[in-house]
Design a protein around this ligand. Structure first.
Ligand SMILES: Cc1cc2nc3c(=O)[nH]c(=O)nc-3n(C[C@H](O)[C@H](O)[C@H](O)COP(=O)(O)OP(=O)(O)OC[C@H]3O[C@@H](n4cnc5c(N)ncnc54)[C@H](O)[C@@H]3O)c2cc1C
Length: 509
Protein backbone atom coordinates (compact mmCIF):
# COMPACT_ATOMS: atom_id res chain seq x y z
CA UNK A 1 0.00 0.00 0.00
CA UNK A 2 1.27 3.45 -0.90
CA UNK A 3 2.32 5.62 2.01
CA UNK A 4 3.55 8.99 0.76
CA UNK A 5 3.52 11.10 -2.35
CA UNK A 6 5.63 14.03 -3.50
CA UNK A 7 5.89 15.85 -6.80
CA UNK A 8 9.15 17.63 -7.66
CA UNK A 9 11.04 18.99 -10.66
CA UNK A 10 13.83 16.46 -10.46
CA UNK A 11 14.48 13.06 -8.90
CA UNK A 12 18.05 11.84 -8.64
CA UNK A 13 18.39 8.10 -8.07
CA UNK A 14 21.51 7.18 -6.12
CA UNK A 15 23.80 9.28 -3.92
CA UNK A 16 27.10 8.81 -5.76
CA UNK A 17 29.39 11.39 -7.34
CA UNK A 18 27.24 11.62 -10.49
CA UNK A 19 23.99 12.55 -8.73
CA UNK A 20 25.95 14.87 -6.43
CA UNK A 21 27.49 16.69 -9.39
CA UNK A 22 24.21 16.99 -11.26
CA UNK A 23 22.38 18.17 -8.14
CA UNK A 24 24.94 20.90 -7.43
CA UNK A 25 25.01 22.04 -11.06
CA UNK A 26 21.21 22.29 -11.15
CA UNK A 27 21.06 24.15 -7.82
CA UNK A 28 23.73 26.61 -9.03
CA UNK A 29 21.87 27.25 -12.26
CA UNK A 30 18.31 27.14 -10.97
CA UNK A 31 18.24 27.66 -7.18
CA UNK A 32 14.44 27.28 -6.96
CA UNK A 33 14.43 23.87 -8.58
CA UNK A 34 12.88 21.21 -6.34
CA UNK A 35 15.04 18.11 -6.13
CA UNK A 36 14.54 14.78 -4.37
CA UNK A 37 17.31 12.20 -4.01
CA UNK A 38 16.66 8.54 -3.20
CA UNK A 39 19.51 6.31 -2.04
CA UNK A 40 19.12 2.75 -0.85
CA UNK A 41 22.14 2.84 1.49
CA UNK A 42 22.47 4.83 4.70
CA UNK A 43 24.82 7.59 3.48
CA UNK A 44 26.25 9.14 0.29
CA UNK A 45 29.24 7.85 -1.67
CA UNK A 46 29.19 4.29 -0.35
CA UNK A 47 29.41 2.40 -3.65
CA UNK A 48 31.91 3.04 -6.50
CA UNK A 49 32.39 6.65 -5.44
CA UNK A 50 33.74 5.59 -2.05
CA UNK A 51 37.47 6.22 -1.59
CA UNK A 52 38.20 2.54 -0.88
CA UNK A 53 36.19 1.35 -3.88
CA UNK A 54 37.96 3.30 -6.64
CA UNK A 55 41.58 4.22 -7.34
CA UNK A 56 41.22 7.95 -6.73
CA UNK A 57 43.10 8.92 -9.86
CA UNK A 58 42.22 12.32 -11.22
CA UNK A 59 42.12 10.88 -14.74
CA UNK A 60 43.69 13.53 -16.95
CA UNK A 61 45.52 11.08 -19.22
CA UNK A 62 48.85 12.03 -17.67
CA UNK A 63 49.89 8.45 -16.90
CA UNK A 64 47.25 6.00 -18.20
CA UNK A 65 48.85 4.24 -21.15
CA UNK A 66 45.54 2.84 -22.45
CA UNK A 67 44.42 6.32 -23.56
CA UNK A 68 47.06 6.37 -26.32
CA UNK A 69 47.34 3.88 -29.15
CA UNK A 70 50.01 3.17 -31.72
CA UNK A 71 48.33 3.12 -35.12
CA UNK A 72 49.23 0.54 -37.81
CA UNK A 73 51.20 3.26 -39.68
CA UNK A 74 53.41 3.62 -36.58
CA UNK A 75 52.11 7.05 -35.50
CA UNK A 76 50.77 7.61 -31.99
CA UNK A 77 47.07 8.42 -31.61
CA UNK A 78 46.66 10.67 -28.56
CA UNK A 79 43.12 11.90 -29.36
CA UNK A 80 41.53 10.00 -26.45
CA UNK A 81 44.17 11.37 -24.06
CA UNK A 82 43.36 14.89 -25.26
CA UNK A 83 39.61 14.36 -24.67
CA UNK A 84 40.12 12.93 -21.19
CA UNK A 85 42.50 15.74 -20.24
CA UNK A 86 40.11 18.45 -21.45
CA UNK A 87 37.28 16.77 -19.52
CA UNK A 88 39.30 16.65 -16.32
CA UNK A 89 40.05 20.38 -16.65
CA UNK A 90 36.28 20.96 -16.70
CA UNK A 91 35.94 19.14 -13.36
CA UNK A 92 38.90 21.03 -11.89
CA UNK A 93 37.35 24.37 -12.90
CA UNK A 94 33.95 23.50 -11.45
CA UNK A 95 35.47 22.28 -8.18
CA UNK A 96 37.50 25.52 -8.08
CA UNK A 97 34.30 27.52 -8.54
CA UNK A 98 32.71 25.66 -5.63
CA UNK A 99 35.74 26.33 -3.41
CA UNK A 100 36.04 29.95 -4.47
CA UNK A 101 32.40 30.66 -3.72
CA UNK A 102 32.62 28.91 -0.35
CA UNK A 103 30.28 26.06 -1.31
CA UNK A 104 33.11 23.61 -0.69
CA UNK A 105 35.74 24.19 1.97
CA UNK A 106 39.21 22.70 2.47
CA UNK A 107 40.05 21.37 -1.01
CA UNK A 108 42.86 19.22 0.47
CA UNK A 109 40.12 17.04 1.95
CA UNK A 110 39.23 15.86 -1.56
CA UNK A 111 42.11 16.67 -3.90
CA UNK A 112 45.91 16.56 -3.55
CA UNK A 113 48.73 17.14 -6.00
CA UNK A 114 50.62 13.97 -6.85
CA UNK A 115 53.10 13.18 -9.65
CA UNK A 116 51.66 10.88 -12.31
CA UNK A 117 54.18 8.41 -13.74
CA UNK A 118 53.91 5.88 -16.58
CA UNK A 119 56.44 3.09 -16.13
CA UNK A 120 57.33 0.35 -18.65
CA UNK A 121 59.81 -2.50 -18.82
CA UNK A 122 61.40 -4.13 -21.89
CA UNK A 123 62.77 -2.61 -25.08
CA UNK A 124 59.51 -2.71 -27.08
CA UNK A 125 57.55 -0.98 -24.36
CA UNK A 126 60.28 1.65 -23.92
CA UNK A 127 60.10 2.41 -27.63
CA UNK A 128 56.29 2.78 -27.28
CA UNK A 129 56.62 5.06 -24.27
CA UNK A 130 59.21 7.29 -25.96
CA UNK A 131 57.04 7.63 -29.05
CA UNK A 132 54.04 8.45 -26.87
CA UNK A 133 56.07 10.98 -24.94
CA UNK A 134 57.25 12.67 -28.16
CA UNK A 135 53.62 12.99 -29.35
CA UNK A 136 52.35 14.28 -26.01
CA UNK A 137 55.23 16.61 -25.17
CA UNK A 138 54.36 18.74 -28.22
CA UNK A 139 50.83 19.27 -26.90
CA UNK A 140 50.27 22.18 -24.48
CA UNK A 141 47.87 20.05 -22.40
CA UNK A 142 50.78 17.86 -21.33
CA UNK A 143 53.38 20.58 -20.69
CA UNK A 144 55.86 19.52 -18.06
CA UNK A 145 55.92 15.82 -18.93
CA UNK A 146 59.45 14.35 -18.74
CA UNK A 147 60.85 11.09 -20.11
CA UNK A 148 63.78 9.14 -18.69
CA UNK A 149 65.44 5.76 -19.00
CA UNK A 150 68.34 6.80 -16.80
CA UNK A 151 68.36 4.60 -13.66
CA UNK A 152 69.64 7.47 -11.51
CA UNK A 153 66.73 9.72 -12.54
CA UNK A 154 64.24 6.87 -12.16
CA UNK A 155 65.54 6.22 -8.63
CA UNK A 156 64.68 9.81 -7.76
CA UNK A 157 61.22 9.59 -9.30
CA UNK A 158 60.24 6.21 -7.84
CA UNK A 159 62.75 4.96 -5.25
CA UNK A 160 60.58 2.08 -4.03
CA UNK A 161 60.17 0.68 -7.54
CA UNK A 162 63.84 1.08 -8.45
CA UNK A 163 65.23 -0.42 -5.23
CA UNK A 164 67.00 -3.78 -5.65
CA UNK A 165 67.09 -3.64 -9.45
CA UNK A 166 70.10 -4.16 -11.73
CA UNK A 167 71.15 -0.95 -13.50
CA UNK A 168 70.99 -2.77 -16.86
CA UNK A 169 67.28 -3.69 -16.54
CA UNK A 170 65.48 -2.03 -19.47
CA UNK A 171 63.05 0.31 -17.75
CA UNK A 172 61.77 3.80 -18.57
CA UNK A 173 59.15 6.24 -17.34
CA UNK A 174 57.46 9.54 -17.99
CA UNK A 175 56.60 11.85 -15.10
CA UNK A 176 54.43 14.91 -14.79
CA UNK A 177 53.98 16.80 -11.53
CA UNK A 178 50.53 18.23 -12.23
CA UNK A 179 48.70 14.95 -11.53
CA UNK A 180 46.22 14.57 -8.68
CA UNK A 181 44.86 12.10 -6.15
CA UNK A 182 41.13 12.69 -5.72
CA UNK A 183 39.11 11.40 -2.80
CA UNK A 184 35.82 10.99 -4.63
CA UNK A 185 34.13 9.62 -1.52
CA UNK A 186 34.96 12.74 0.50
CA UNK A 187 33.94 14.94 -2.43
CA UNK A 188 30.60 13.15 -2.76
CA UNK A 189 29.90 13.56 0.95
CA UNK A 190 30.86 17.24 0.86
CA UNK A 191 28.59 17.83 -2.15
CA UNK A 192 25.68 16.08 -0.44
CA UNK A 193 26.20 18.16 2.71
CA UNK A 194 25.92 21.19 0.44
CA UNK A 195 22.81 19.87 -1.33
CA UNK A 196 21.03 19.42 1.99
CA UNK A 197 21.84 23.05 2.86
CA UNK A 198 20.32 24.04 -0.49
CA UNK A 199 17.02 22.39 0.50
CA UNK A 200 17.43 19.25 -1.54
CA UNK A 201 15.55 16.38 0.11
CA UNK A 202 17.90 13.44 0.42
CA UNK A 203 16.22 10.19 1.45
CA UNK A 204 18.52 7.38 2.58
CA UNK A 205 17.33 3.77 2.99
CA UNK A 206 15.01 4.37 0.03
CA UNK A 207 15.25 1.97 -2.87
CA UNK A 208 13.71 2.79 -6.22
CA UNK A 209 11.87 -0.30 -7.35
CA UNK A 210 9.99 0.77 -10.43
CA UNK A 211 9.41 3.76 -12.65
CA UNK A 212 7.07 4.59 -15.49
CA UNK A 213 6.21 7.61 -17.56
CA UNK A 214 2.73 9.04 -17.07
CA UNK A 215 0.50 10.41 -19.80
CA UNK A 216 1.47 14.01 -19.01
CA UNK A 217 5.18 13.15 -19.55
CA UNK A 218 6.13 13.16 -15.85
CA UNK A 219 7.67 10.11 -14.23
CA UNK A 220 6.15 8.08 -11.41
CA UNK A 221 8.55 6.17 -9.18
CA UNK A 222 7.72 3.43 -6.72
CA UNK A 223 10.19 3.63 -3.89
CA UNK A 224 10.54 1.27 -0.96
CA UNK A 225 11.34 2.77 2.41
CA UNK A 226 13.75 0.09 3.62
CA UNK A 227 13.27 1.07 7.27
CA UNK A 228 9.48 0.85 7.36
CA UNK A 229 9.00 -1.56 4.48
CA UNK A 230 6.37 0.77 3.00
CA UNK A 231 6.10 1.72 -0.63
CA UNK A 232 6.12 5.44 -1.43
CA UNK A 233 5.12 7.03 -4.72
CA UNK A 234 6.97 10.08 -6.01
CA UNK A 235 6.64 11.95 -9.28
CA UNK A 236 8.94 14.34 -11.14
CA UNK A 237 9.35 16.05 -14.49
CA UNK A 238 12.90 14.77 -14.87
CA UNK A 239 14.66 11.67 -13.54
CA UNK A 240 18.39 10.97 -13.45
CA UNK A 241 19.30 7.32 -12.99
CA UNK A 242 22.61 7.56 -11.11
CA UNK A 243 22.46 4.07 -9.63
CA UNK A 244 26.06 3.19 -10.59
CA UNK A 245 26.24 -0.43 -11.74
CA UNK A 246 22.52 -0.84 -10.97
CA UNK A 247 21.53 1.91 -13.42
CA UNK A 248 21.03 -0.67 -16.12
CA UNK A 249 18.22 -2.41 -14.19
CA UNK A 250 16.41 0.88 -13.58
CA UNK A 251 16.90 1.96 -17.19
CA UNK A 252 15.30 -1.29 -18.32
CA UNK A 253 12.36 -0.69 -15.98
CA UNK A 254 11.79 2.74 -17.56
CA UNK A 255 10.84 0.92 -20.76
CA UNK A 256 12.16 3.72 -23.01
CA UNK A 257 13.14 2.50 -26.50
CA UNK A 258 16.72 3.67 -25.89
CA UNK A 259 17.03 1.11 -23.08
CA UNK A 260 16.73 -1.85 -25.46
CA UNK A 261 19.59 -3.98 -26.77
CA UNK A 262 21.91 -2.86 -23.98
CA UNK A 263 23.50 -5.16 -21.43
CA UNK A 264 26.04 -4.93 -18.65
CA UNK A 265 29.22 -6.90 -17.98
CA UNK A 266 30.32 -6.68 -14.34
CA UNK A 267 34.00 -6.53 -13.47
CA UNK A 268 35.01 -6.78 -9.83
CA UNK A 269 38.14 -5.38 -8.25
CA UNK A 270 40.65 -5.98 -5.47
CA UNK A 271 43.36 -3.70 -4.11
CA UNK A 272 46.45 -4.60 -2.13
CA UNK A 273 46.97 -2.09 0.68
CA UNK A 274 50.35 -1.61 2.30
CA UNK A 275 50.41 -1.76 6.09
CA UNK A 276 54.10 -0.90 6.59
CA UNK A 277 54.73 2.84 7.24
CA UNK A 278 58.37 2.56 6.12
CA UNK A 279 57.33 1.22 2.73
CA UNK A 280 54.49 3.76 2.37
CA UNK A 281 56.94 6.59 2.99
CA UNK A 282 59.24 5.51 0.14
CA UNK A 283 56.67 6.20 -2.57
CA UNK A 284 55.05 9.43 -3.65
CA UNK A 285 53.29 9.10 -6.99
CA UNK A 286 50.71 7.25 -9.03
CA UNK A 287 52.70 4.85 -11.19
CA UNK A 288 50.73 3.23 -14.01
CA UNK A 289 52.11 0.26 -15.94
CA UNK A 290 51.07 -1.26 -19.25
CA UNK A 291 48.26 -3.82 -19.49
CA UNK A 292 49.53 -7.33 -20.19
CA UNK A 293 48.77 -8.75 -23.65
CA UNK A 294 45.13 -9.98 -23.61
CA UNK A 295 44.25 -8.13 -20.40
CA UNK A 296 41.41 -5.58 -20.46
CA UNK A 297 42.22 -1.88 -19.99
CA UNK A 298 40.64 -1.77 -16.52
CA UNK A 299 43.16 -4.29 -15.24
CA UNK A 300 46.18 -2.04 -15.77
CA UNK A 301 48.11 -2.32 -12.52
CA UNK A 302 49.22 0.81 -10.70
CA UNK A 303 51.03 1.63 -7.50
CA UNK A 304 49.39 4.65 -5.93
CA UNK A 305 50.09 6.93 -3.06
CA UNK A 306 46.66 7.87 -1.72
CA UNK A 307 45.50 10.47 0.77
CA UNK A 308 42.53 9.17 2.71
CA UNK A 309 41.37 10.76 5.98
CA UNK A 310 44.47 12.99 5.82
CA UNK A 311 46.66 9.89 5.99
CA UNK A 312 49.14 8.78 3.40
CA UNK A 313 48.60 5.22 2.20
CA UNK A 314 49.84 2.98 -0.59
CA UNK A 315 47.61 0.83 -2.80
CA UNK A 316 48.38 -1.55 -5.65
CA UNK A 317 45.79 -2.74 -8.17
CA UNK A 318 42.97 -2.91 -8.85
CA UNK A 319 43.11 -6.57 -9.83
CA UNK A 320 40.13 -7.16 -12.09
CA UNK A 321 37.91 -10.17 -11.51
CA UNK A 322 34.40 -11.45 -12.05
CA UNK A 323 31.27 -11.64 -9.92
CA UNK A 324 27.74 -11.39 -11.33
CA UNK A 325 26.90 -8.47 -8.97
CA UNK A 326 26.28 -5.00 -10.42
CA UNK A 327 27.04 -3.21 -7.14
CA UNK A 328 29.35 -4.21 -4.29
CA UNK A 329 26.18 -4.35 -2.18
CA UNK A 330 24.26 -5.94 -5.07
CA UNK A 331 22.85 -9.43 -5.60
CA UNK A 332 24.37 -12.51 -7.26
CA UNK A 333 21.25 -12.48 -9.47
CA UNK A 334 22.06 -9.03 -10.95
CA UNK A 335 23.56 -10.29 -14.20
CA UNK A 336 20.84 -12.87 -14.85
CA UNK A 337 18.11 -10.34 -14.00
CA UNK A 338 19.50 -7.94 -16.60
CA UNK A 339 18.94 -10.41 -19.45
CA UNK A 340 15.69 -9.50 -21.23
CA UNK A 341 14.12 -10.67 -24.50
CA UNK A 342 15.29 -7.43 -26.16
CA UNK A 343 18.95 -7.80 -25.16
CA UNK A 344 19.44 -11.56 -24.99
CA UNK A 345 21.09 -11.68 -28.44
CA UNK A 346 23.26 -8.68 -27.60
CA UNK A 347 24.34 -10.35 -24.35
CA UNK A 348 24.97 -13.74 -25.97
CA UNK A 349 27.02 -12.14 -28.75
CA UNK A 350 28.87 -10.10 -26.14
CA UNK A 351 29.55 -13.28 -24.16
CA UNK A 352 30.76 -15.19 -27.24
CA UNK A 353 33.02 -12.32 -28.33
CA UNK A 354 34.53 -11.93 -24.90
CA UNK A 355 35.15 -15.52 -23.88
CA UNK A 356 38.86 -14.87 -23.43
CA UNK A 357 38.11 -11.82 -21.28
CA UNK A 358 35.72 -13.85 -19.10
CA UNK A 359 38.32 -16.58 -18.84
CA UNK A 360 40.96 -13.99 -17.91
CA UNK A 361 38.74 -12.47 -15.21
CA UNK A 362 37.88 -15.85 -13.72
CA UNK A 363 41.58 -16.75 -13.63
CA UNK A 364 42.20 -13.46 -11.86
CA UNK A 365 39.53 -14.20 -9.24
CA UNK A 366 41.06 -17.51 -8.28
CA UNK A 367 44.57 -16.13 -7.90
CA UNK A 368 46.16 -16.69 -4.52
CA UNK A 369 47.60 -13.81 -2.51
CA UNK A 370 51.10 -15.04 -3.37
CA UNK A 371 50.29 -14.91 -7.11
CA UNK A 372 49.10 -11.33 -6.65
CA UNK A 373 52.30 -10.57 -4.74
CA UNK A 374 54.26 -11.76 -7.80
CA UNK A 375 52.45 -9.10 -9.89
CA UNK A 376 53.23 -6.51 -7.26
CA UNK A 377 56.89 -7.55 -7.33
CA UNK A 378 57.07 -6.50 -10.98
CA UNK A 379 56.66 -3.01 -9.47
CA UNK A 380 58.27 -3.46 -6.07
CA UNK A 381 60.83 -6.25 -6.45
CA UNK A 382 61.37 -6.85 -2.74
CA UNK A 383 57.72 -6.51 -1.63
CA UNK A 384 57.01 -8.70 1.42
CA UNK A 385 53.74 -10.54 1.72
CA UNK A 386 53.22 -9.53 5.34
CA UNK A 387 53.32 -5.83 4.40
CA UNK A 388 50.27 -6.09 2.15
CA UNK A 389 46.57 -6.82 2.79
CA UNK A 390 43.75 -7.40 0.34
CA UNK A 391 40.64 -5.20 0.21
CA UNK A 392 37.62 -5.50 -2.05
CA UNK A 393 37.11 -2.58 -4.47
CA UNK A 394 33.93 -1.48 -6.24
CA UNK A 395 32.15 -3.13 -9.15
CA UNK A 396 32.45 -1.72 -12.66
CA UNK A 397 29.66 -2.62 -15.05
CA UNK A 398 30.86 -2.24 -18.61
CA UNK A 399 28.23 -1.61 -21.27
CA UNK A 400 27.56 -4.25 -23.93
CA UNK A 401 25.68 -2.93 -26.96
CA UNK A 402 25.30 -3.27 -30.70
CA UNK A 403 27.50 -0.82 -32.58
CA UNK A 404 28.17 -0.16 -36.27
CA UNK A 405 31.90 -0.58 -35.78
CA UNK A 406 31.91 -3.65 -33.52
CA UNK A 407 28.61 -5.34 -34.47
CA UNK A 408 26.28 -7.12 -32.06
CA UNK A 409 27.26 -7.32 -28.43
CA UNK A 410 30.27 -5.01 -28.43
CA UNK A 411 31.90 -4.38 -25.07
CA UNK A 412 32.40 -0.66 -24.31
CA UNK A 413 34.94 0.66 -21.84
CA UNK A 414 33.70 4.25 -21.59
CA UNK A 415 31.10 6.17 -19.62
CA UNK A 416 27.85 6.91 -21.45
CA UNK A 417 24.52 8.57 -21.01
CA UNK A 418 21.36 6.92 -22.29
CA UNK A 419 18.63 9.55 -22.63
CA UNK A 420 14.99 9.32 -23.76
CA UNK A 421 14.01 11.15 -26.95
CA UNK A 422 11.98 13.69 -24.94
CA UNK A 423 14.90 14.30 -22.56
CA UNK A 424 12.78 13.53 -19.48
CA UNK A 425 15.00 10.70 -18.22
CA UNK A 426 18.68 9.91 -18.50
CA UNK A 427 20.85 7.11 -17.12
CA UNK A 428 24.58 6.97 -16.67
CA UNK A 429 26.23 3.67 -17.61
CA UNK A 430 29.85 2.48 -17.69
CA UNK A 431 32.76 3.28 -15.44
CA UNK A 432 35.70 4.87 -17.17
CA UNK A 433 37.12 7.55 -17.02
CA UNK A 434 34.34 7.77 -14.47
CA UNK A 435 34.22 10.14 -11.54
CA UNK A 436 37.03 12.38 -12.86
CA UNK A 437 34.87 13.45 -15.76
CA UNK A 438 31.59 13.75 -13.84
CA UNK A 439 31.21 17.47 -14.53
CA UNK A 440 31.73 17.08 -18.28
CA UNK A 441 29.22 14.21 -18.38
CA UNK A 442 26.61 16.12 -16.38
CA UNK A 443 27.02 19.19 -18.62
CA UNK A 444 26.33 16.88 -21.55
CA UNK A 445 23.22 15.71 -19.73
CA UNK A 446 22.05 19.32 -19.31
CA UNK A 447 22.46 19.87 -23.05
CA UNK A 448 20.44 16.72 -23.83
CA UNK A 449 17.70 17.15 -21.24
CA UNK A 450 17.41 20.89 -20.54
CA UNK A 451 18.09 22.44 -23.99
CA UNK A 452 15.77 25.43 -23.50
CA UNK A 453 17.02 26.29 -20.03
CA UNK A 454 20.62 25.85 -21.19
CA UNK A 455 20.41 28.97 -23.34
CA UNK A 456 19.78 31.05 -20.21
CA UNK A 457 22.29 29.10 -18.16
CA UNK A 458 25.18 29.35 -20.59
CA UNK A 459 26.68 32.62 -19.41
CA UNK A 460 26.66 31.38 -15.81
CA UNK A 461 28.25 28.09 -16.83
CA UNK A 462 31.01 30.04 -18.59
CA UNK A 463 31.66 31.98 -15.40
CA UNK A 464 31.93 28.76 -13.41
CA UNK A 465 33.89 26.91 -16.11
CA UNK A 466 35.85 29.38 -18.27
CA UNK A 467 36.75 26.69 -20.83
CA UNK A 468 33.08 25.67 -21.35
CA UNK A 469 32.46 25.14 -25.07
CA UNK A 470 36.13 25.76 -25.92
CA UNK A 471 39.12 23.58 -26.59
CA UNK A 472 41.90 24.35 -24.12
CA UNK A 473 44.42 22.76 -26.43
CA UNK A 474 43.64 25.42 -29.04
CA UNK A 475 43.57 28.31 -26.54
CA UNK A 476 46.97 28.32 -24.92
CA UNK A 477 46.39 31.55 -22.98
CA UNK A 478 43.17 30.20 -21.51
CA UNK A 479 44.87 26.88 -20.74
CA UNK A 480 47.61 28.68 -18.82
CA UNK A 481 45.01 30.67 -16.93
CA UNK A 482 42.97 27.55 -16.11
CA UNK A 483 46.06 25.67 -14.90
CA UNK A 484 47.14 28.56 -12.68
CA UNK A 485 43.65 29.30 -11.39
CA UNK A 486 42.72 25.70 -10.52
CA UNK A 487 46.15 24.99 -8.98
CA UNK A 488 45.84 28.07 -6.80
CA UNK A 489 42.23 27.60 -5.69
CA UNK A 490 42.50 23.84 -5.18
CA UNK A 491 45.88 24.27 -3.50
CA UNK A 492 47.68 21.98 -5.93
CA UNK A 493 51.00 23.76 -6.09
CA UNK A 494 52.89 21.71 -3.59
CA UNK A 495 52.65 18.26 -2.12
CA UNK A 496 51.51 18.39 1.50
CA UNK A 497 52.87 16.12 4.18
CA UNK A 498 50.36 13.63 5.52
CA UNK A 499 50.42 11.18 8.37
CA UNK A 500 50.12 7.53 7.79
CA UNK A 501 48.60 5.20 10.28
CA UNK A 502 48.23 1.83 8.69
CA UNK A 503 46.60 0.23 11.73
CA UNK A 504 43.19 1.73 11.02
CA UNK A 505 43.21 1.30 7.27
CA UNK A 506 40.21 -0.58 5.89
CA UNK A 507 37.94 -3.54 6.28
CA UNK A 508 39.81 -6.66 5.15
CA UNK A 509 38.36 -9.43 3.07
C1 LIG B 1 37.83 -0.45 -8.93
C2 LIG B 1 37.44 0.90 -9.46
C3 LIG B 1 38.43 1.86 -9.70
C4 LIG B 1 38.07 3.12 -10.19
N1 LIG B 1 39.03 4.07 -10.31
C5 LIG B 1 38.69 5.32 -10.69
C6 LIG B 1 39.66 6.34 -10.70
O1 LIG B 1 40.82 6.12 -10.35
N2 LIG B 1 39.28 7.57 -11.11
C7 LIG B 1 38.00 7.85 -11.51
O2 LIG B 1 37.72 8.97 -11.89
N3 LIG B 1 37.04 6.89 -11.49
C8 LIG B 1 37.36 5.64 -11.09
N4 LIG B 1 36.40 4.66 -11.03
C9 LIG B 1 35.05 4.96 -11.52
C10 LIG B 1 34.24 5.75 -10.52
O3 LIG B 1 34.38 5.21 -9.23
C11 LIG B 1 32.78 5.74 -10.95
O4 LIG B 1 32.68 6.18 -12.28
C12 LIG B 1 31.90 6.64 -10.11
O5 LIG B 1 32.13 6.48 -8.73
C13 LIG B 1 30.44 6.34 -10.43
O6 LIG B 1 29.64 7.17 -9.65
P1 LIG B 1 28.07 6.97 -9.64
O7 LIG B 1 27.52 8.10 -8.89
O8 LIG B 1 27.59 6.78 -11.04
O9 LIG B 1 27.84 5.55 -8.95
P2 LIG B 1 28.02 5.06 -7.44
O10 LIG B 1 29.04 5.78 -6.69
O11 LIG B 1 28.17 3.57 -7.53
O12 LIG B 1 26.63 5.42 -6.79
C14 LIG B 1 25.43 4.82 -7.17
C15 LIG B 1 24.50 4.88 -5.99
O13 LIG B 1 23.20 4.47 -6.41
C16 LIG B 1 22.62 3.70 -5.37
N5 LIG B 1 21.53 2.90 -5.95
C17 LIG B 1 21.67 1.91 -6.86
N6 LIG B 1 20.44 1.41 -7.17
C18 LIG B 1 19.54 2.11 -6.43
C19 LIG B 1 18.13 2.06 -6.32
N7 LIG B 1 17.40 1.18 -7.01
N8 LIG B 1 17.51 2.91 -5.47
C20 LIG B 1 18.24 3.82 -4.75
N9 LIG B 1 19.58 3.89 -4.82
C21 LIG B 1 20.23 3.05 -5.65
C22 LIG B 1 23.78 2.90 -4.84
O14 LIG B 1 23.54 2.41 -3.53
C23 LIG B 1 24.91 3.92 -4.88
O15 LIG B 1 25.04 4.63 -3.68
C24 LIG B 1 36.71 3.40 -10.51
C25 LIG B 1 35.72 2.46 -10.25
C26 LIG B 1 36.08 1.23 -9.71
C27 LIG B 1 35.00 0.25 -9.37
Amino acid sequence: MSNRETDTDVILIGAGIMSATLGILLKELSPDMKINVFEKLSSPGEESSNEWNNAGTGHAALCELNYTKEKPDGTMDISKAIDVNEQFQVSAQFWSHLVKTGLLKNPEEFIRPLPHISMVQGEDNIRFLKKRFDAMAENPLFTGMEFSDDPEVLKEWMPLIMANRQDNEPIAATKIDTGTDVNFGALTRMLFDRLVKEDVNVHYHHMVQDLKQMKDGRWLLKIKNLETGKLDVHTAKFVFIGGGGASIHLLQKSGIPESKHIGGFPVSGLFMVCNNPEVIEQHNAKVYGKAKVGAPPMSVPHLDTRFIDDKKSLLFGPFAGFTPKFLKTGSYMDLVASVKPNNVLTMLSGGAKNLSLTQYLIQQVIQSKEQRMEELREFVPNAKSEDWDLVVAGQRVQVIKDTDAGGKGTLQFGTELVTSADGSISALLGASPGASTAVHVMLKLLANCFPQELENWESQIKEMIPSYGKSLMDNEELLKHVHQYTAEVLDLNEVKPADHSPEDLTPQI
